[in-house]
Ligand binder design. Structure first.
Ligand code: ZN
Length: 102
């Protein structure tokens, strides 16, 4: 009997997640935003408007913010930190800006 083997496939993150916000109440939701669709808050009935994209930006190899694809090493202390942080949470070093390509 042959041993069973399998390969772990990276989960693709092809669709961008947006943070939606209701202007009056400030209530928020995270979802994929389909062009032309209208999203409403189920509690208040207000229209939710997209205010920002969430990290990691799509398309990416993973939708998980702390996946290896979405981390970088601090130049001073070599700790792995998120691409989205501006200061290293371990040593406080200001991180260089990303070029936005990834
Ligand atoms: Zn550091």
């Amino acid at each position: 009997m042959r041993p069973v083997g399998y390969r772990v496939r990276l989960v693709n993150n092809p669709r961008q997640i947006y943070r939606l916000r209701a202007p009056a109440s400030g209530r928020e939701a995270l979802t994929v935003h389909e062009p032309g669709a209208v999203y409403t808050d189920r509690e208040t009935g207000e229209e939710l408007l997209p205010v920002t994209r969430t990290l990691p930006l799509a398309p990416s190899d993973s939708a998980l913010l702390r996946a290896p694809e979405n981390l970088r090493a601090c130049r001073r202390c070599d700790q792995l930190i998120g691409l989205d942080v501006s200061d290293c949470p371990y040593c406080g070093l200001r991180q260089p800006a990303l070029d936005g390509a990834s």
